[in-house]
Design a protein around this ligand. Structure first.
Ligand code: GRF
Length: 194
């Protein structure tokens, strides 16, 4: 659990690699009175992506971290986290795996959104797998990040119906809307004021 003091909002970082629809919804929510967090910085390993364009347009601080050397990249990220007093890290389509060492430093302070109802369908191609198995529902899950892929404690889930003629693409779109809705709510849920 991350604590914030009094009326002050907790500083949050969002890590992305691409499109950034979850980033957008987190940013929008952060402007609400009920939000317990402020979006302080966006970290990306790619510079020329939609998410970064959105952040720049909205004057959110961005840092591009080149991942030629993972150790160096993580050190750089760690410095940003300390410098900007980041208390919670939200992975939103960040396509790099964080090292055990990094995760240890932010235990119970890194969360992720995954496009399936975990523990079902960890990893990639979640929609294809749900449709292939004739599942009636899929959905999305916000969870804490630990050393094992998509296996940390679950914070919030949203079920989404799968229809007969759904393709992975159609289902992905429906689930993405649910992701965008629940992610900021899940962030608020793990923060509490003292
Ligand atoms: C989402 O589907 C999320 O579940 C997965 O990566 C995608 C990111 O989408 N981890 P966006 O960049 O937030 O639009």
């Amino acid at each position: 659990m991350v604590k914030s003091i009094g009326k002050n909002k907790v500083f949050c970082a969002v890590f992305i690699s691409g499109r950034g629809t979850n980033l957008k919804s987190i940013f929008k929510y952060s402007k609400k009175k009920s939000s317990k967090f402020d979006l302080k910085i966006v970290i990306s390993n790619n510079s020329n992506v939609e998410g970064i364009k959105f952040a720049k347009k909205n004057k959110i601080r961005t840092k591009i971290v080149t991942y030629k050397n993972k150790k160096k990249a993580e050190k750089q990220i760690l410095n940003y986290m300390h410098y900007y007093n980041i208390k919670i890290i939200c992975l939103a389509g960040f396509m790099k795996i964080l090292s055990k060492n990094f995760i240890k430093k932010f235990k119970y302070k890194i969360i992720n959104i995954h496009p399936s109802l975990l523990p079902k369908y960890k990893g990639l191609n979640t929609h294809e797998r749900a449709i292939k198995n004739n599942d009636k529902f899929s959905g999305c899950t916000v969870h804490y990040v630990n050393e094992r892929l998509d296996s940390g404690k679950i914070i919030l889930k949203q079920k989404v119906k799968i229809y007969k003629n759904d393709t992975p693409k159609i289902l992905a779109k429906r689930i993405l809307r649910a992701e965008n809705r629940i992610y900021p709510i899940a962030i608020n849920k793990v923060l509490f004021r003292i």
